[in-house]
Ligand binder design. Structure first.
Ligand code: ZN
Ligand code: ZN
Length: 396
C-alpha cells in the first residue's frame, strides 16, 4: 500500500517536471544533461543525463540543434577526461577535486533559464559540468572526490581549454645532524629569479644546494618531485657550528609533489648531513615551540686565565639572562646546567643547557646581554666554536 503510494507520488512529481520541461523545451533547445539538471533535485535523481533523456523521450523532443545553455560542452567531456588523465599521469594520488571556469555567456544563459522558469535550488551549469566530469574521471581512475583535502586539484578553463593541475602540499617533520663544519643553515635564492622559481633553477628557487636547507630540499625533490620547499627551523646555528646528538628539529613544506606515498627510513645520510626521523605530518604546529639546547662552546680570552678565575660562571645557573634587542624590548632566557674547563692559558670550554633562542655570541661577547661572559669574568671573551649537542622540544 505504502510503496504504491510512493510510486504514485513519484509519478506525480515526474508528471509535474515533464509539464514544466515542456514549456521550457518548446522555447529552447537544451541537451539531456542540462534538462536533467533542471529537475534532478526535484526528482532526487543522481544522473542528469538519464533524467533528461527520460523527460525528453516522454515529450518526444528529439532536437538535433545545439544546447542553448552549454553549447554542447556536455558532449565533449570525454576529451577533457582524457586530458585530465594525461596531465595526472605520473602523479600519486587517491583523491581529487575539479573546478571549472566557464565563459560568462554560458553562465548568463543558465541564469536566464533559471530565473525565467523559476527554477530554484538547482545546480548551476558549472556545478553540473564539473560534477559530470568528476564522475567520469573518478570512474576511470577509481579515485575519490574530496572537496576538503584533495591530493590533486584540477582547474579546467573552458575559455581557453587549458587544464591546470596542483597537488596538495606535503608537510614533513624531522631532525638534522651536521657532523662537519662549513655548511650554512639557509640556502641562498636563485640569482635569476630571487627565489620565485624560473626555468634556470627548475622552478625550485635555488640555483644550488649547498646548505642544510638546500640539501634537505634536494633530497625531497628527488624522492617526491615537487616545485619548491619552505622550511621552518627550530633555532639556528652558524655555518661553522656542528649539530650533533638528536639533531635540530625542522618542519618543511614541499609544494606540488608528484609522489606522496613513501616508506621513510629512520635515517638518511646526505654527505655531511644526516636527516633523522623524517615523517609526513598533517600540519605544522601553530603554537610557539619551546625548546632547550645543549651547547658546547669553545671560548678564547684576551687575558690569561686560571681554572679558579672561571668560578664566577657557576652563578649563571638558573638565573635569568636579560637580552635587550630594542630600546624597550627585553627578553629573558635561562641556563639550567653549566660545566666548564680551562683548555689552554687563553681558552676554555663551557657546556650549557639553555633556553632555545639565547643569542650565544652576544652572551659571550657582551653585546646587550646581561649577564654575559666577558663582564662576568672581567676578561674579553670570543667564540671559537659553538656546537649543538642536543635540541630538546618541550611542548611537542
Ligand atoms: Zn547543455
Ligand atoms: Zn630561478
Amino acid at each position: 500500500m505504502y510503496s504504491q503510494q510512493k510510486i504514485k507520488m513519484g509519478n506525480n512529481i515526474l508528471d509535474q517536471c515533464i509539464s514544466h520541461a515542456k514549456i521550457i523545451l518548446n522555447e529552447y533547445d537544451i541537451c539531456d544533461n542540462c534538462t536533467g539538471r533542471l529537475f534532478a533535485k526535484r526528482m532526487g535523481s543522481s544522473s542528469n543525463q538519464l533524467l533528461g533523456k527520460k523527460i525528453r523521450n516522454r515529450l518526444n523532443f528529439k532536437s538535433s540543434k545545439i544546447c542553448y545553455i552549454c553549447k554542447e560542452i556536455h558532449s565533449n567531456l570525454q576529451s577533457i577526461v582524457d586530458r585530465m588523465l594525461e596531465q595526472s599521469s605520473g602523479y600519486e594520488f587517491s583523491t581529487f577535486v575539479l573546478g571549472g571556469i566557464l565563459k560568462p555567456s554560458i553562465i548568463d544563459r543558465d541564469d536566464l533559464i533559471r530565473s525565467k522558469f523559476k527554477l530554484q535550488g538547482i545546480d548551476s551549469v558549472k556545478t553540473g559540468i564539473t560534477k559530470e566530469l568528476s564522475k567520469k574521471f573518478a570512474m576511470k581512475t577509481k579515485k575519490k572526490i574530496d572537496f576538503l583535502y584533495p591530493d590533486l586539484t584540477f582547474t579546467y578553463n573552458f575559455k581557453n581549454d587549458s587544464c591546470e593541475l596542483q597537488t596538495r602540499t606535503l608537510i614533513f617533520s624531522g631532525r638534522y645532524v651536521k657532523k662537519n663544519r662549513g655548511l650554512p643553515q639557509k640556502q641562498s635564492s636563485c640569482i635569476n629569479c630571487n627565489g620565485k622559481g624560473c626555468l634556470q633553477c627548475n622552478n625550485h628557487g635555488f640555483s644550488n644546494f649547498t646548505s642544510v636547507e638546500g640539501k634537505i630540499a634536494k633530497f625531497l625533490f628527488e624522492k617526491f618531485s615537487g616545485t619548491q620547499t619552505k622550511i621552518t627551523w627550530i633555532g639556528g646555528e652558524e655555518k661553522n657550528s656542528l649539530v650533533l646528538g638528536n639533531g635540530r628539529p625542522f618542519f618543511i613544506k614541499l609544494y606540488n609533489p608528484k609522489k606522496r606515498v613513501a616508506r621513510l627510513q629512520k635515517k638518511y645520510a646526505l654527505d655531511e648531513l644526516e636527516i633523522h626521523n623524517l615523517k609526513i605530518i598533517s600540519k605544522i604546529p601553530k603554537k610557539v615551540i619551546s625548546f632547550r639546547s645543549t651547547i658546547k662552546l669553545s671560548i678564547l680570552t684576551e687575558q690569561k686565565l686560571t681554572q679558579k678565575s672561571l668560578e664566577p660562571l657557576k652563578t649563571l645557573k638558573k638565573i635569568s639572562i636579560e637580552i635587550f634587542d630594542k630600546p624597550n624590548k627585553k627578553t629573558q632566557k635561562s641556563i639550567y646546567r653549566i660545566k666548564f674547563k680551562k683548555s689552554s692559558p687563553k681558552s676554555f670550554l663551557i657546556w650549557i643547557i639553555a633556553d632555545g633562542g639565547l643569542p650565544i655570541k652576544r652572551f659571550v661577547e657582551g653585546n646587550n646581554v646581561n649577564p654575559n661572559l666577558s663582564e662576568l669574568l672581567g676578561n674579553k671573551c670570543r667564540c671559537k666554536e659553538i656546537d649543538f649537542h642536543n635540541v630538546d622540544l618541550l611542548n611537542i
